[in-house]
Write a protein that binds this ligand. Structure first.
Ligand code: BES
Ligand code: ZN
Length: 468
């Protein structure tokens, strides 16, 4: 089964955008049209009788799209020989496998249909609100990489990783997934999407009890979305300006009923399973009094399902304010094992050196796991806004792209449809615990210490890394 989803990113999205984002847009703000942006349709929609030349400027949208999709769309949308109608797609810019083009709004449905039918994926292109935004995205993709990228951390903390990973609890994971999927929905614009954000905030506040240095905050996205992101921060002891981010999206969505606040969208796999992993790692880290050298931030992003809104806002803010994020781990869909592999690394919109590091974490700490790589083919989750702003991101995923959960974005994305409760998610929680420790604490290793006062080790410089 391969099903996709439709959402209305229209009037609401237009008014949610702050004025600053629209500055420089060729779309007058007052004329932003209502767009039914189809992430995935069934069959290719009938070709609209629209062409670029005849379409008013205001009804044209700029998109960046994979070169494979661009070529297929250019072929499939072209006017039939000798007939009018159809769309002539022009490549305005191209960098490696990404093409900048524009097309009439009316042709977005048809493009989604082509992505769905020919490439069996959803999305497949990123819609930009202006030419300026599209060009900024291309510039980011084109920015020269500092090669080779030398990671500032290494795998050298087996004792602490062993302790945390060894205590990952499937029951805890399942309890978080169950609670989150019990919300009617976690749609960013509905009241229950705000209630679920508050629930996550309160859970994390509870986990941080007894650690006054740990903060839990809402990140307010202003007019972008009423849903706040939630950020838990464990301040770094010796390298506080270097930040490690572990994130996942808190919102859920469902094809077809989003105008209804009572729409049932449990989002158990997508992405309660990612938030559960974050909560479990927070629980374990704080239960063991973790004092990382680098600052660690856990982020439950708002409004991912409507275009990566929460993570884009945060990554943009971090970039604009010069924050030094050294590594980002994305947890989106950890609960459904659709392929023989246990953990599959998404290889696009991610950092290859960090991917190699995560692959090493898996083979070092979970040697029995089968791992491989896959491609999303588009900016499919919250790792992408970090990546395009030059931050290292990695995205370990539940299966190959094609074999991921068929239930997402439907009322069937339930706990019952996960693979063996939280057994699959537990692999990701062990990996995330290893990632946290190995990115945020540098060697030499702190010897195992049975008492919290730390006096059992001669290495006094190491005390603050782990113990209060
Ligand atoms: N969890 C999905 C992304 C995903 C789905 C990754 C299937 C790999 C396989 C995410 O929540 C999502 O739905 N993303 C959107 C794109 C986004 C830009 C709105 C999608 O894939 O349609
Ligand atoms: Zn998702």
């Amino acid at each position: 089964m391969f099903d996709c989803h439709r959402f209305d990113r229209g009037a609401a999205a237009a008014v949610r955008r702050p004025a600053a984002r629209r500055r420089g847009s060729w779309l007058p703000a007052t004329l932003v049209p209502v767009v039914v942006f189809v992430l995935c349709g069934g069959l290719a929609a009938p070709l609209p009788a629209a062409n670029v030349a005849a379409t008013p400027q205001d009804d044209l949208v700029w998109i960046t799209v994979g070169a494979d999709v661009f070529e297929a769309a250019a072929r499939r949308l072209a006017p039939p020989p000798g007939l009018s109608g159809g769309v002539v797609l022009e490549a305005f810019d191209r960098h490696e496998e990404v093409v900048l083009t524009r097309l009439p709004l009316a042709a977005i449905d048809a493009l989604s249909g082509i992505v769905h039918a020919d490439f069996r994926r959803c999305g497949g292109f990123v819609k930009h609100e202006s030419l300026a935004e599209a060009e900024a995205e291309m510039a980011r993709l084109r920015a020269p990489r500092l090669a080779p990228d030398v990671l500032p951390f290494a795998i050298d903390q087996p004792t602490l990783v062993g302790t945390l990973a060894g205590e990952v609890s499937e029951a805890e994971l399942l309890s978080t997934i169950t609670a989150l999927s019990a919300f009617t929905n976690r749609y960013h614009a509905h009241p229950s999407g705000s209630a679920s954000a508050t629930w996550i905030r309160d859970q994390w506040v509870g986990l941080a009890a007894g650690r006054p240095d740990v903060t839990v905050e809402f990140f307010d996205h202003g007019t972008n979305t009423p849903q706040d992101s939630v950020i838990l921060t464990i301040p770094g002891s010796t390298l506080p300006a270097e930040i490690v981010v572990l994130g996942g999206h808190q919102d859920s969505t469902r094809s077809g009923c989003l105008s209804d606040p009572n729409c049932i969208a449990p989002g158990a796999d997508d992405d309660a399973s990612g938030i559960a992993v974050l909560s479990e790692v927070i629980r374990l880290a704080l239960a063991h009094g973790l004092r990382p050298q680098r600052t660690v931030q856990f982020m439950a992003y708002a409004a991912e399902e409507v275009g990566l809104d929460g993570s884009t806002d945060i990554a943009e803010f971090y970039s604009n304010t010069g924050k030094n994020v050294v590594a980002v781990l994305q947890m989106d869909m950890t609960g459904y094992q659709g392929s023989a592999q246990d953990i599959v690394l998404i290889n696009d919109w991610t950092n290859s050196e960090l991917n190699a590091f995560v692959a090493d974490l898996i083979s070092t700490y979970q040697p029995g796991m089968v791992q491989s790589t896959t491609l999303c083919g588009y900016a499919c989750s919250d790792h992408a806004p970090w990546h395009t702003r030059g931050y290292r991101a990695a995205f370990p995923f539940e299966s190959t792209f094609d074999q991921s959960s068929p239930y997402i974005h439907s009322s069937s994305d339930t706990v019952a449809n996960l693979s063996n409760g939280a057994a699959h998610a537990a692999k990701f929680a062990r990996l995330a615990a290893a990632f946290l420790v190995e990115t945020a604490i540098d060697g030499p290793e702190v010897p195992a210490m049975p008492f919290l006062d730390g006096f059992e080790t001669a290495d006094t410089s190491a005390w603050s890394r782990v113990f209060p």
